[in-house]
Write a protein that binds this ligand. Structure first.
Ligand code: HSE
Length: 301
């Protein structure tokens, strides 16, 4: 028996929620095929769509799967095939999607012994090898779908947030790679109190806006004073792109996770598509190649 799991691309941080907030897209993602085998551990038989390590202990999906099997004390294992649909190092949760898919798939095979929150925890163990740090703001929305909040890592907890009906995202992916480890190293260890207050006010405002479908409040809250200033120099035309997206009526614009992808949230598909057109126009005039995605936010995992 073989099962196929689809795991969506995700946007982490969402401006004001560094390491704690994320959402999932519809339609774009990775696929994993799993087959239960008597040999213990994870064996990766094939990877298409990206050049990634086949050795399970060096692969995010392999590490996540092995952590889960170890926890379950399993005396069997899985053969897996990975079909990458999300470019690596793009900032829309490529490594998280594979890690989420394998733990979800193993759980399906075994009649769901673990909760979604436990799956996010083991998915995070895999993702840590790609980013050098345990954070679950991509892996949690990949597993739960929609918007997720991680109120704490110790104890680890995931909360699903409501997704207003008309929320769409436009993704702009410049063809450069940014490694999450390097992008985290660029961040300061301490932040000014005034900035911390602004950021926590915006995070609270955004969550309140999601619960009440208050698009004006969502718009005012999609601001990042802590992380963006340190990361944007790595991203081609970031300030111009933000200006163009906001002029085209984006609710907010920012860096997807650790970049280089950028995202704009908007109310309605029409606005999301006109933001896409405006950004294509901007990048066409420069030497930077991009690709784009317009997607509704997923409601389920
Ligand atoms: N929260 C993480 C970061 C997401 O911004 O470093 C990247 O995987």
């Amino acid at each position: 028996e073989c099962i196929r799991v689809f795991s969506p691309a995700t946007v982490a941080n969402v401006n004001c929620g560094f390491d704690v907030l994320g959402f999932a897209l519809e339609g774009i993602g990775d696929e994993i095929f799993l087959r239960k085998v008597p040999q213990k551990g994870i064996s990766i038989t094939k990877i298409t769509g990206a050049d990634l390590p086949m050795e399970a202990s060096k692969n995010v999906a392999g590490v996540a799967g092995m952590a889960m099997l170890e926890f379950l004390n399993a005396d069997f294992g899985f053969e897996i095939e990975i079909k990458k649909g999300i470019p690596i190092g793009s900032g829309i949760g490529g490594s998280a999607a594979s890690a989420a898919a394998i733990v979800f798939g193993i759980n399906q095979f075994l009649d769901k012994p673990l909760s979604l929150q436990q799956l996010a925890y083991f998915g995070m163990k895999g993702e840590a090898i790609a980013s050098g740090n345990e954070h679950a703001d991509n892996v949690a929305p990949a597993i739960f779908g929609g918007f997720t909040l991680i109120p704490g890592y110790d104890p680890f907890e995931v909360v699903s947030l409501p997704v207003p009906d008309d929320l769409f995202v436009t993704i702009i992916h410049p063809h450069i790679e940014i490694n999450t480890k390097d992008s985290r190293a660029a961040l300061p260890k301490m932040v000014p109190l005034q900035d911390a207050i602004k950021q926590s006010g915006n995070l609270a405002g955004l969550i309140s806006g999601l619960y009440t479908s208050n698009y004006e409040l969502i718009k005012r809250s999609l601001i990042d004073v802590l992380i963006e200033p340190h990361r944007k120099p790595l991203i081609p035309l970031f300030d111009n792109a933000k200006k163009v997206a906001l002029e085209a009526k984006a609710l907010g614009f920012g860096i997807g996770g650790s970049g280089p992808s950028m995202f704009a949230l908007s109310k309605g598909e029409k606005t999301a598509t006109s933001i896409e057109a405006a950004l294509i126009d901007l990048y066409c005039k420069s030497d930077n190649k991009i690709d784009t995605i317009v997607s509704k936010l997923s409601k389920t995992g």
